[in-house]
Ligand binder design. Sequence first.
Ligand SMILES: Nc1ncnc2c1ncn2[C@@H]1O[C@H](COP(=O)(O)OP(=O)(O)OP(=O)(O)O)[C@@H](O)[C@H]1O
Ligand SMILES: [Mg+2]
Length: 300
Amino acid sequence: MTIPARPLISVEGLARRFGNTGPAVFEDIWFGVERGEFCCLIGHSGCGKTTILNVLAGLDAPSGGAVIVDNREIDGPSLDRAVIFQGHALLPWLTVLGNIAFAVASRWPSWDRAKVRAHAMTFIELVGLKGAENKRPAQLSGGMKQRVGIARALSIQPKMLLMDEPFSALDALTRGMLQEEVLRLCNETHQTVFMITHDVDEAILLADKIVLMTNGPGARIAEIVVNTMPRAERHRNDLHRHPQYYAIRNHLVEFLVNRSRNFDAEIAGQGYDPRRLRVVKPGLAAVNPPAEVVSLGLSR
Ligand SMILES: Nc1ncnc2c1ncn2[C@@H]1O[C@H](COP(=O)(O)OP(=O)(O)OP(=O)(O)O)[C@@H](O)[C@H]1O
Ligand SMILES: [Mg+2]
């Protein structure tokens, strides 16, 4: 029997407990993110999403299990992994160009100033901030700051991009524009992304795969939902007209409203195995089994 190759990011038996007593926030979490895939994690507030992202970023150590990236266990932060937080976390005393150039120069210390500047400018243009490169964060709108954060993260060409509700603090119009930009940039750069969101429509627009997390404590990954709308057919303005849209949306909403808190009862006696998660393809039930069980290929 051939053992399937590991995905680029492989979360293997992850657990996190704060303090010595009380239940774990989560334990025995297994899932993978393939190279070039856009993966969203959805779950209710407090279930442990940011904690998982912090472990992926190397900013927090798990109490058990491991995260393997490109076949190596991560043991701290790395420029291979760029993080976009909800707050933009820009350096306030540097300009837009300065903030991005700082990251680029950290990534490629041997580059001279001109090369760093040219590389930084490419990404400033990519996010539509040409002309604002000499402004400082205090002179920018919330949406512009978040664009700088996105440009900075992409400019270091990370193996994976980690985003924790990156658009949640923005107004609806700016959020929509940035979502489309991120989708375009990820298409162009084949970036591997792991993103947390509360927003079901945001997940449907951006994600190729949606990981559903149940309520904590002792949160579990309930299942993996495949976005049955291909990337090329996802456009923010007519998302709701796509034949698959309501099937996916209803599945996600039903999970958040009911199943996320009753999941333990749902799986009682069903032989739930955290290493062999159900993969669901909403809207394709007629041509595929409604809940096909496949191995994620995470065996060691
Ligand atoms: N440093 C810490 N010390 C103790 N408990 C913590 C710590 N960090 C997180 N927790 C607890 O772990 C749980 C998960 O927190 P986390 O921030 O990962 O949730 P989340 O799913 O990201 O929530 P939200 O959607 O509100 O951002 C919460 O109950 C939180 O109180
Ligand atoms: Mg969080």
